[in-house]
Structure formats: structure tokens, C-alpha cells
Design a protein around this ligand. Structure first.
Ligand SMILES: *Cc1c(COP(=O)(O)O)cnc(C)c1O
Length: 226
């Protein structure tokens, strides 16, 4: 069991992150309600996730399918939208399609075809975002920006595969400003291809992401770490 102080911390952290999102949106002249907070629970235990949900969280992000399955079983909550934000292996697609409302990490045509097939089997239209490796770091997954057009040409014809937008991760850095060019670039790509959703911004840089047009931010440690 987690103690009273931990519960209080989670509530306060959530309130603070929400407030910071509102302020960042207002700075950019955007509607704060157009930014969805996805609470990333990969480093949080079940009790902590339960607490976050009790505090009104409706969207949970996990980067591993197995962990998400365990948590969902333990929580038995169907009011929550689950978001897959980590690299997805082919062999996990079956579980991923049955569990996640959104898959943010589609990073190859091969994976797109496997998702389509599985979604058809399950009678579901899978909402997805395409992960773009804007920063060009070798360590990151994602389609290269220059490969996006070709990817979309093919992926847009897939059935049961509902492309909502783009996702990216900025390089790790102390200074949130260093992420700005990366977010600007993702926004440009989304505009060029008429895609609406922009999943960008984490603890280190979510305010900059909101200023640059994020419609979904994925925040973990700012909520669960002391
Ligand atoms: C862990 C993770 C996050 C959240 O990171 P924090 O720094 O804890 O906010 C966001 N996006 C992805 C893809 C992640 O793996």
C-alpha cells in the first residue's frame, strides 16, 4: 500500500502538471482543452496508478504491452483509454490491438500491415499515430521525416488502420528549449499531410511541446517521482 503522503504527492503533482499545461497553452493562444494529458505509468506501481485515476486521469500511457496488460487486469477499469507509446514488436500486436485505444509508435510498414490484419480479425478500427524520428538520433525508433510521404501513400489505403497523427521524442536534454526545433518540425510535417494529432512532450519538455501545438503530451516522472 502507498501512504497518505504518496497519494498527496500524486494529486499535487497532477494538479501542477495540469496547471502548467494550461499556462503553456494560454501563452501560445491555444485552447488548453485541446491538449490531452497522457499519464505515463511505466515507472508507477498499481496503487500509484489507481491514485492517479482517482484524481481524474482518463488516459494512461505504457511502453510495454505486458506491463499494460498486468495493470489493466489489476485495475479492472474500463473507463480509461490506454495508449501504447513504446516500440511495438510484431508478436505483441495481438495483445496491443485488443488493449490499446491508441498506438503512438507505428514505425514501419511491416508493423502497419500486421496491425491492420489483427484489427480486422478483432473487428476493430485501430487508432494510430506514426512515430517520426525527427531528431535523427540512431538510438531512436521512428520513420525518417523524408520517408513519411511514401509511408503515408501506402498506409492510408489500409483498412482498420486509422491514422490520426504523428508522434516524436525530442533528444534528451536539460534545457527544454532544445526540444523546440524538433516539435516545430513535427507540426510542419503534420500540417503538410493534414494530420491532426501531435503526440509530443514529456516531463522534460511538455510545456514547449504545448506551445508548439501538441495535442497529446506524455508525462510520467513529473507525476510519480518525488
Ligand atoms: C517514459 C516515456 C515518456 C514519459 O517520460 P517522463 O520523462 O517520465 O515524463 C513519454 N514518452 C515515451 C515514449 C516514454 O517512453
Amino acid at each position: 500500500m502507498i501512504g497518505y503522503d504518496v497519494k498527496k504527492m500524486i494529486k499535487e503533482n497532477l494538479a501542477s502538471v495540469r496547471e502548467r499545461i494550461v499556462r503553456a497553452a494560454e501563452r501560445a493562444g491555444r485552447d488548453p482543452n485541446a491538449v490531452k494529458l497522457i499519464v505515463v505509468t511505466k515507472e508507477a506501481d498499481i496503487e500509484a496508478v489507481r491514485e492517479a485515476i482517482a484524481a481524474g486521469v482518463t488516459d494512461i500511457g505504457e511502453n510495454r504491452v505486458k506491463e499494460a496488460l498486468l495493470k489493466r487486469q489489476a485495475l479492472d477499469l474500463h473507463l480509461v483509454n490506454w495508449h501504447m507509446i513504446g516500440h511495438l514488436q510484431s508478436k505483441k500486436v495481438h495483445d496491443a490491438v485488443s488493449l490499446f485505444s491508441f498506438i503512438h509508435s507505428v514505425d514501419s510498414l511491416k508493423l502497419a500491415y500486421i496491425i491492420t490484419k489483427e484489427a480486422e480479425k478483432q473487428g476493430k478500427s485501430q487508432d494510430i499515430l506514426i512515430e517520426v524520428n525527427v531528431s535523427g538520433e540512431e538510438s531512436k525508433f521512428g520513420i525518417k521525416p523524408e520517408g513519411l510521404e511514401k509511408f503515408l501513400e501506402e498506409a492510408r489505403s489500409l483498412k482498420h488502420f486509422n491514422i490520426l497523427g504523428l508522434m516524436t521524442m525530442a533528444p534528451f536534454a536539460q534545457d527544454p528549449e532544445s526540444a523546440r526545433p524538433c516539435f516545430k518540425k513535427l507540426k510542419e510535417l503534420a500540417l503538410r499531410h493534414s494530420l491532426k494529432e501531435l503526440s509530443m512532450g514529456m516531463t522534460q519538455d511538455f510545456e514547449v511541446a504545448v506551445e508548439e501545438g501538441a495535442t497529446m503530451v506524455r508525462v510520467g516522472s513529473a507525476i510519480f517521482k518525488k
